[in-house]
Ligand binder design. Structure first.
Ligand SMILES: [Zn+2]
Length: 345
């Protein structure tokens, strides 16, 4: 059992409420870094001195996870909510959540299926018809436990089954694990600055400030990317996005950034030399902290390595533990074999 991954994913940290996960990561890295700080937004930034050059490489993963926010309390004691981060609303119904600082357990409910007529059963239940039910009998009773503006997170225990792990918030606690592991495996020839950033899921916000503080020469961003290999779409053989178990995925282009081609070639070369399985993520939608970091300051040579995950941004997602191991290996070797002069032309 990967105990650290279990701890990281079971910790609650919806965007803007990253305190608990930040504390956990700080305790984990403290003895492996030269110094650390928490900035005004809540980003945790850790520094590790290099052995040779004066260059700085930033490694980044976001700490926050998608969740919900209570927007009003109905007269019957149930809670209306809005999403925090991007969601597939169809994944919400029937899921267990933990609401607010008092950690009140609730379930996302709607009209009972038993009472739905034939037409209603064919329809997708819209989010506005769903409520979080915390078992309170009235608005007053609910108000004693939660308040408008409280955040709700999914309650999903971490489990491993053979080579896969199931749980919540692999996006991007798996990336946090990679960055933690890279700090432990240092030092590197250059200075390393690790950022565990806030509020990625609501618009890559924390990374903006972290990059301004670090002012890196090169940045490697670790995130999750959707594996669209199940259920099998008809054209899976022609255009899979990425597949689970086939190795970490190198980004080339997404909606928000184009990765530095020199850095992507370097990572591909390293993967080939060390026989680390790797896949190219199909260029297309999505966006990561790379977009914020790449265009910070006078510009940063940046690339993203994605861990394939099924059902990301849903209460339970699935990753391959082998992909995770390969992602750490690729990143470690990619960093240790990085030649700045090769990136200069
Ligand atoms: Zn992410």
């Amino acid at each position: 059992m990967n105990k650290l991954l279990k701890k990281l994913t079971e910790a609650v940290g919806v965007s803007s409420d990253e305190g608990a996960i930040r504390q956990l990561i700080k305790d984990e890295i403290e003895n492996h870094v030269d110094s650390w700080e928490v900035d005004a937004l809540g980003n945790l930034i850790a520094w590790k001195k290099g052995t040779q050059s004066a260059q700085t490489v930033m490694i980044d993963a976001h700490m926050d996870e998608v969740g919900l926010m209570v927007t009003s309390i109905d007269g019957n004691g149930t809670l209306k909510f809005s999403p925090v981060g991007g969601f597939d609303d169809r994944a919400l119904l029937g899921k267990v959540v933990q609401v607010g600082s008092k950690k009140i357990t609730g379930v996302i409910g709607s009209q009972p299926i038993h009472l739905a007529n034939a037409t209603e059963r064919q329809k997708i239940v819209p989010r506005k018809s769903m409520r979080i039910d915390i078992g309170a009998a009235s608005k007053t009773a609910a108000g004693e436990k939660v308040k408008v503006g409280d955040l709700a997170a999914f309650l999903t225990p971490y489990e491993e089954q053979g080579s896969v792990a199931l749980g919540k918030a692999f996006d991007d606690r798996a990336g946090c694990l990679v960055v933690i592991e890279l700090l432990k495996r240092g030092p590197y020839p250059f200075d390393l600055a690790a950022s565990f950033t806030v509020q990625e899921e609501v618009g890559l916000r924390g990374a903006h400030a972290a990059a301004a503080r670090i002012r890196p020469d090169v940045a490697l961003i670790f995130d999750c990317t959707p594996a669209y290999d199940l259920p099998t779409p008809p054209d899976i053989d022609e255009s899979p996005n990425v597949r689970l178990g086939k190795g970490p995925a190198l980004y080339v282009m997404d909606r928000a950034s184009i990765q530095d081609p020199r850095l992507v070639s370097h990572l591909l070369k390293v993967a080939n030399q060390h026989k680390i399985p790797v896949q190219i993520r199909r260029p297309g939608g999505g966006g990561t902290n790379t977009a914020s970091i790449q265009r910070s300051g006078a510009g940063v040579i940046s690339a993203t390595i994605g861990l394939p995950g099924r059902y990301l941004h849903a209460p339970t997602s699935m990753i391959s533990l082998d992909d995770l191991t390969h992602m750490i290996d690729l990143a470690e070797k990619g960093l240790k074999e990085l030649k700045f002069e090769q990136l200069a032309d």
